[in-house]
Design a binder for this molecule. Structure first.
Ligand code: SF4
Length: 285
């Protein structure tokens, strides 16, 4: 069996740092540590950290210990509430996400209208939009553009910032930017900030390349991971057979025997040993 595995598979720098830091803090605090939301979209990693004492909480009100803020970041309200209630935060928001928070905050203060490309209910998007003024709009798909433009026109603002969630699809970013730019006349000052993370870019590009030359593409990662879903969508466009799995237990060996060339790619929160296991199973056929 010919198996091609992506060089950009698995943990990104932001996720790696979060896990290392969580382990360090659990040790320093005798296993007493809360995390606001799942630290990464991977059940195995979460279970291992929970066994060391990590408690996943859904709201800052549930905090009983120091609270870890994961790489996606959180909304402004969370910081305000934590300060009000004297809750100590360990802020592991990825520096790339923090940079976006600072940018939208600064452009909002300079009276720009902000179009934020992102998944509307994704924690990173919810966090970022909270640093924008009301003169902003989240655009997830092309269908959102008419309403977004309507809000811009009613605001009478002539300065626009286009920015996105770090794991947004680069193809969609370019397409939406083009549509918006074509809809605005020369009286608008449009600033375009491609804030898609390099790790995401390289992973998407490689997925595009591999999925075009294999007869089965395997995408590994959590079903609720936005960046992994993007890899699946990209693969579906290029390859007739695509599997979206979490571990080697999801593989059907008889099914794999139907193919000659398999491609493997994994999202940013997939541990290396899970990827290796799946590679080994494919190679063994
Ligand atoms: S994908 Fe990029 S922005 Fe997101 S956590 Fe990883 S390194 Fe940071």
């Amino acid at each position: 069996m010919d198996v091609i595995i992506g060089k950009n598979c698995g943990f990104c720098a932001g996720v790696k740092y979060s896990i290392l830091k969580a382990e360090e803090e659990l040790e320093n605090n005798n296993g007493h540590l809360d995390c606001l939301g799942e630290i990464i979209h991977n059940h195995q990693v979460i279970s291992r950290l929970e066994n060391l004492g990590l408690r996943i909480i859904n709201s800052i009100d549930e905090a009983k210990n120091k609270v870890l803020i994961r790489a996606h970041g959180v909304s402004k309200d969370t910081y305000d509430l934590a300060q009000k209630q004297n809750i100590e935060l360990i802020d592991l928001t990825c520096p790339k996400v923090l940079k976006i928070h600072k940018l939208v905050d600064s452009f909002s203060k300079n009276n720009y209208f902000i179009f934020l490309f992102g998944i509307k209910n994704h924690p990173e998007t919810i966090g970022t939009i909270s640093f924008c003024s009301d003169n902003s709009y989240i655009i997830e798909t092309e269908e959102d553009i008419p309403q977004a433009l309507d809000k811009l026109f009613k605001s009478n603002i002539k300065k626009v910032l286009i920015i996105s969630q770090t794991t947004f699809s680069i193809n969609l970013f370019n397409k939406l930017t083009q549509i918006i730019s074509n809809s605005l006349d020369s009286s608008y000052d449009v600033h375009i900030e491609n804030s898609i993370c390099d790790a995401t870019n390289s992973r998407q590009k490689e997925t595009e390349e591999i999925s075009s030359i294999v007869d089965l593409m395997i995408i590994i990662g959590g079903k609720n991971s936005s960046n992994t879903k993007k890899l699946y969508e990209i693969s579906m466009k290029n390859c007739k057979n695509v599997l979206f799995i979490q571990t080697k237990n999801d593989l059907d060996l008889d099914y794999l025997k139907n193919f000659h060339k398999i491609g493997i790619m994994a999202g940013a929160s997939t541990p290396g040993d899970i990827i290796q296991d799946i590679y080994d199973v494919c190679k063994s056929i």
